[in-house]
Design a protein around this ligand. Structure first.
Ligand code: ADP
Ligand code: MG
Length: 446
């Protein structure tokens, strides 16, 4: 689903209260009963709540779900996006949002900017967007398990990615700068580079290959396996070569890799660690041989050799930092159950997409099929050339020298109060003056 930020400026503080109330209600109810929304939002006038509810439903931030037992609303991905952006904006992390530069099976990526014009990336995790027709029963089961909901899992994926990005950055790995995390989103520095997949040739494939393989080994020496180390998740920046570039103008540009995309990262203690390690190595080998015609004459590297010398246990650090082992297990299980297996896997044919579009009314368990085109892998797998072209164009637009301002939307927010913590909110005090008296005082003719 697309992020459409144009309405964010027009929501009133009551609208934000009601939206937050729906989010809070969703912790225990998949469909939040309308009276509960009113109760949590504790806006005095009943009509006020209903006005907010219909305004939010109209722009697709909540959706009405008809159910035999009761009528209520659920938060949509759009609603969750708005809540997260609202928080980022209030924290002054994000000031404006711009082009989409990537779409994955489990995320949407946008450029955005801070108040000072620093270019950033907003990654919105969208787990549960895709499931498989063949496992519809599975999906219902996942949906109805409160801790297995798309919202919770997307939050877990974002938290995991943010914690790993911080740990990797601290340890000196080439990863984007982690800036902020809220709900199912993260904000990171924009890397001015293209995914390796878009690079058709390089001057020194052996050098780049060696650098990428040594990153895989270094990760293992820090207790980690990326788990999805492929040409989509390695960004390549062209940087002027450091050695005496001015004297030798024909010297090739140095290629600087940045690694991204960490929700599937695993510890070297994972039962399938060796399998994931070998798969990461094989991905790079295959890509270099097919794209650049380069095949290393050395076997390996191998998992057991790479983990002989452990330099640091970032997996242990992350576990201690807030992304617990229990959370890791939950996310792992969910990803397995819905077939999430990184960018390069072949699970495209039977994809379905959870439809969170702007329908005001939605019937539970209706047919939610909307094929989500997604190109994967180089060879022989389902391809979506038009989507691919669109992404490339977006990437080109985002990384061109054109000013970003042509496409940005300022996320200015009308109300100046921080979002209320609704658990502490008491109903507003009774007015000390009646409406009639107030009007009379203001000189209204009654
Ligand atoms: P997914 O989980 O959907 O694969 P990724 O994190 O891999 O998401 O991002 C998808 C695409 O978005 C990448 O291939 C890259 O083109 C772009 N992208 C992601 N993060 C950044 C960043 N920090 N800077 C520049 N481009 C990025
Ligand atoms: Mg990716």
């Amino acid at each position: 689903m697309k992020l459409d930020v144009k309405n964010i400026r027009y929501l009133t503080s009551d609208d934000w209260r009601v939206l937050t109330a729906v989010e809070m209600g969703s912790r225990n109810h998949e469909i939040v009963p309308t009276p509960l929304i009113a109760q949590i939002a504790s806006i005095r006038s009943g009509t006020g709540v209903h006005r907010c509810i219909s305004a939010l439903a109209k722009i697709g931030l909540i959706a009405k779900v008809k159910n035999a037992k009761y009528d209520g609303y659920r938060l949509t991905y759009g609603g969750l996006d708005y809540l997260a952006l609202h928080t980022h904006t209030k924290a002054k992390t994000v000031y404006s949002a711009g082009n989409q530069i990537g779409v994955g099976k489990e995320s949407d990526i946008y450029v955005c900017a801070s108040e000072t014009g620093k270019q950033l990336v907003l990654k919105i995790h969208r787990l549960g967007r895709i499931s498989f027709r063949t496992v519809k029963a599975n999906r219902d089961y996942l949906r109805n398990r409160s801790s297995g909901s798309w919202m919770y899992m997307s939050r877990l994926a974002a938290l995991k990615e943010f914690e790993f990005m911080k740990a990797l950055r601290r340890a000196g790995f080439p990863v984007p700068e982690p800036v902020a995390h809220n709900r199912h989103t993260i904000i990171m520095g924009l890397v001015d580079a293209f995914p390796m997949r878009q690079i058709s040739s390089v001057g020194d494939p052996a050098g780049l290959y060696a650098e990428l393989i040594s990153l895989i080994v270094r990760l293992a020496q820090h207790g980690l396996i990326h788990g999805d180390f492929n040409e989509f998740n390695v960004l390549i920046e062209e940087a002027p070569s450091t050695s005496s570039a001015s004297e030798e103008p024909l010297q090739p540009l140095a290629l600087v890799p940045t690694i991204i995309d960490f929700p599937q990262m695993v510890s070297i203690d994972h039962p399938n660690a060796e399998y994931y390690f070998d798969r990461d190595v094989a991905c790079i080998k295959r890509f270099f041989s097919r794209r650049f015609g380069f095949t290393s004459d050395e076997p390996g590297p191998f998992f057991t050799d790479s983990t002989k010398v452990i330099k640091k246990r970032l997996d242990v650090d992350v576990e201690a930092s807030g992304f617990s082992r229990k959370m890791a297990r939950e996310l792992d299980l969910y990803m397995k159950e819905v077939g999430v297996d990184g960018d390069g896997d072949g699970n495209v044919g039977g994809e379905e997409r959870e439809d969170d579009d702007n329908d005001e009314e939605e019937v539970e368990d209706g047919d939610e099929t909307e094929d989500m085109a997604r190109s994967v892998g180089d060879e022989g797998k389902a391809q979506a050339p038009d989507l691919e072209t669109a992404i490339k164009e977006d990437v080109a637009a985002a990384t061109s020298t054109q000013p970003l301002a042509s496409s940005i939307t300022i996320l200015d927010i009308l109300d100046n109060d921080p979002l209320p913590s609704l658990s502490e909110v008491k109903p507003p005090p009774k007015p000390t003056i009646s409406t009639k008296a107030a009007k009379a005082k203001a000189g209204w003719a009654i």
